[in-house]
Design a protein around this ligand. Structure first.
Ligand code: COA
Length: 195
């Protein structure tokens, strides 16, 4: 995959959110093949599908200057997954928009890494990137992801619930919830902590 050179590295107390490297790809493929990680995503990915996703992430960085950063935990693991900002490729009432998203290997859940990394990403989005709003969405049953959105101070309005246009009718993951965080609410909440 082409390297995402020139992309800023974002640091927190425990994490480094950095450009991707070719040697991240095997660990990325392993987490994309894990049914627990992929429970609320359309399907587990084969190695070539995982590599294609990494390539799309790199292309997003090239196009927008931000994207899903590779997450390293120095002293613990060189790559545990991604956390970042993305512009969804589908059309909905709330697009175009910038979403905050995450996918970590199961071994690294339950440590607060996603919260810590996502707070740093929000600070980058509302700070240097000057965004007015950041959203997040997931299939309604994805409790861990929704809990994370709530820890970040994001708010769901049931009126924003939507059927994901890329999922077929009858797919149980189709009903999605949308959480929003505006720059004003973010500033009022004291930006939480960036870890
Ligand atoms: C969504 C996802 C990133 C959430 O991971 P997570 O580990 O639950 O979230 P965090 O990293 O913020 O960790 C929070 C948990 O760590 C605990 N924790 C432990 N040490 C902590 C610390 N130092 N600081 C904060 N929390 C800590 C918290 O109490 C919380 O525990 P709980 O789950 O029992 O309530 C993860 O489940 C995932 O990658 N899922 C698969 C991919 C996916 O579904 N992505 C979204 C698609 S839309």
């Amino acid at each position: 995959m082409p390297l995402t050179a020139g992309i800023p590295t974002l640091s927190t107390r425990r994490l480094v959110l950095r450009p991707w490297r070719a040697d991240d790809l095997p660990a990325f493929a392993a987490l994309n093949a894990d049914p627990r990680v992929m429970e609320f995503l359309p399907k587990c990915l084969a190695r070539d599908e995982s590599d294609d996703l990494a390539e799309r992430i790199a292309a997003h960085f090239r196009e927008h200057g931000f994207g899903q950063w590779a997450v390293e935990v120095p002293g613990v693991a060189p790559f545990i997954g991604f956390i970042g900002l993305a512009m969804p490729g589908f059309a909905a009432r709330f697009t175009p928009c910038v979403e905050v998203g995450w996918r970590l290997a199961g071994a690294y859940w339950g440590h607060g890494y996603a919260t810590e990394g996502a707070r740093r990403v929000l600070a980058h989005g509302f700070g240097p990137l000057g965004l007015a709003e950041i959203v997040s969405f997931t299939t309604a049953g994805n409790g861990r992801s929704r809990a994370l959105m709530e820890r970040l101070g994001m708010r769901r309005d049931p009126a924003d619930d939507f059927l994901h246009p890329n999922l077929p009718e009858g797919n149980p993951q189709r009903p999605h919830v949308l959480y929003r965080l505006g720059r004003e609410s973010y500033a009022k909440a004291g930006r939480n902590s960036v870890g």
